[in-house]
Design a protein around this ligand. Structure first.
Ligand SMILES: [Mg+2]
Length: 302
């Protein structure tokens, strides 16, 4: 019987999201693809260092080790390169004991259709164009910050996977954020109070949150392996519409932080996020100092 991906949480990661390829990427940018491939082949024996998405991938894969559980998570490598560069990559994957066996090496072709072919629920990449195309096609995707200082070492004692989301333009649409940008805070709050009973439209990460919430429900009454947090710049009274929206979606978020413009950095560090998704660079840049962070571009219309 064919291996089925349905019913699993499928996460696509680029090689730069999983491993630290700062030096290799510099060679690619300065000397081109051929020099990059040559370098990777010449260094096939060298194990790559963990990159910004490493902690999240380890945490997610650890769910497959839960006693008595079926395999719930599938991590797939999504690369623009050809398979010639895969030896070093899979040697490093084996070195760290990561349960990743599937990969796409598209040889320069766009990845979007392959993301759909693998039923990808979440895509993490350092390539802005790939992430934009994924978001445009309806996949939850983030541009992972590669210049972060956050710890990327492997933690074998993962108690719980911790995922943090911004609200507006990530879980929810940017309809209200646009009012804030155009007319200011007062107009935004007035609109949110007026619309409190009307759920916000779904944003690029709504479906992913629902998938995670469904997974959490399966563990009800036991140790739930995933914990989620909403970390938003909203505060009262604009919180109510958020609460009612999540209720309408029948989704539970474990922890909520209504920060009213405060920096998100310290809360994210305290929560211990394996990843944080936000649409604004001002937030992901600060957050990346303490936790792995990814920026979610807004969906292009048309
Ligand atoms: Mg936002």
């Amino acid at each position: 019987m064919a291996y089925e991906l349905d019913g699993r949480l499928v996460v696509g990661v680029s090689t730069r999201a999983l491993f630290d390829l700062t030096c290799e990427n510099r060679i690619f940018e300065q000397q081109g693809l051929e020099a990059y491939c040559k370098y990777q082949i010449a260094h096939e024996e060298e194990i790559l260092k963990p990159g910004p998405g490493f902690a999240l991938v380890c945490a997610l894969l650890s769910m497959n080790d839960l006693p008595g559980e079926r395999k719930r998570v599938e991590v797939v490598i999504m690369s623009h390169n050809n398979a010639d560069t895969s030896v070093r990559l899979f040697r490093s994957i084996a070195y760290y004991g990561l349960g990743i066996t599937r990969a796409v090496f598209s040889g320069g072709s766009p990845l979007t259709s392959y993301l759909h072919a693998f039923r990808t629920d979440l895509f993490l990449s350092a390539n802005e164009q790939d992430v934009q195309m994924a978001v445009d096609s309806g996949i939850a995707a983030g541009i992972i910050c590669t210049d972060q200082k956050a710890k990327t070492t492997m933690d074998r004692n993962i108690g719980q996977i911790r995922i943090a989301f911004d609200g507006d333009a990530v879980l929810f649409s940017d309809e209200s954020e646009k009012i804030f940008e155009r007319d200011g805070l007062e107009a935004f709050e007035e609109n949110e109070c007026k619309m409190a009973q009307h759920p916000l439209a779904e944003g690029p990460f709504a479906r992913f949150l629902k998938t995670v919430a469904a997974l959490q429900k399966e563990f009800a009454g036991r140790n739930v392996p995933i914990r989620t947090a909403l970390v938003t710049s909203r505060c009262a009274p604009a919180h109510e519409r958020v609460v009612r929206t999540l209720r309408a979606w029948d989704v539970r978020i474990d922890e909520s932080f209504f920060l009213g413009g405060m920096s998100k950095r310290d809360v994210l560090a305290a929560f211990g996020a394996h990843i944080f998704f936000d649409d604004q660079e001002i937030h992901t840049g600060k957050a990346a100092e303490v936790v792995p962070s990814a920026r979610v571009p807004s969906k292009r219309v048309g």
